[in-house]
Design a protein around this ligand. Structure first.
Ligand code: G6P
Ligand code: MG
Length: 213
């Protein structure tokens, strides 16, 4: 076995909630007169809610108080949670359930490592909470990706050393977090990264060969 533990990012890896984040932030951007498109949305991946808001506000002519920022973040989250209500088991990405079961059967420990404070809610909607030995999310950390805290804590929850864990990510912030935590990383999809990850995959099904090979 090449890795004893696998730590999965949630948004963009196990399900595509990114389109909901995009929709919910679009309205915020409109309210503060800031530009917003797919390219800007990419920069929000893996980054906490308040840091995402700061990125959007970077394009706004307004200067807002802390209270106004909190209100915008709260309203975005309400829109996002309303969209999440539509999630069902069928939104778990293809191949996830089979792959996770095969890895677990081989004795590999599995965790979720997400910056989201909605991670448990999402996993429950997907009916996927039971597929993991541990969930480390945005409610348990002080610093979000690219800081490695969420992955280091997930590895600790699994009882595995970071260098024996593989991180599965879709975002540059997540790749950087894995690298500074001393973990290998598999990037799903072909997005540009600041440096090449140890593995590139097109689907979760490819993890079997990488982890068990
Ligand atoms: C994930 C997403 C980010 C999002 C963050 C916080 O990492 O990729 O785009 O900003 O979670 O999500 P939350 O659900 O707490 O607002
Ligand atoms: Mg992600």
């Amino acid at each position: 076995m090449r890795y004893a533990g696998v730590i999965f990012d949630l948004d963009g890896v196990l399900c595509s909630t990114d389109r909901f984040h995009f929709e919910a932030w679009k309205q915020t951007a409109r309210e503060v007169n800031a530009p917003f498109d797919e390219r800007i949305n990419q920069r929000l991946r893996g980054v906490s809610r308040m840091e995402s808001l700061e990125i959007i506000l970077g394009g706004s002519p307004l200067s807002l108080s802390e209270d106004e920022k909190l209100r915008l973040a709260e309203e975005k989250n309400e829109r996002y949670r309303a969209l999440l209500k539509n999630l069902t088991h069928s939104d778990l990405v293809p191949g996830a359930e089979e792959t996770l079961a095969a890895l677990r059967a081989a004795g590999v420990k599995l965790a979720v490592g997400s910056s989201s404070k909605n991670a448990v809610f999402i996993l429950e909607r997907l009916g996927a909470r039971e597929l993991f030995d541990a969930v480390c999310d945005g409610t348990m950390i002080l610093r979000s990706k690219p800081d490695p805290e969420v992955f280091l804590k997930a590895a600790e929850m699994l009882g595995e050393a970071p260098r024996r864990c593989l991180v599965v990510e879709d975002a540059a912030a997540g790749l950087e977090a894995a690298r500074s935590g001393g973990m290998d990383c598999a990037i799903i999809g072909g997005a540009d990264m600041p440096f090449e990850p140890e593995h590139r995959i097109d689907g979760l099904g490819e993890l079997r060969a990488i982890v068990l090979g």
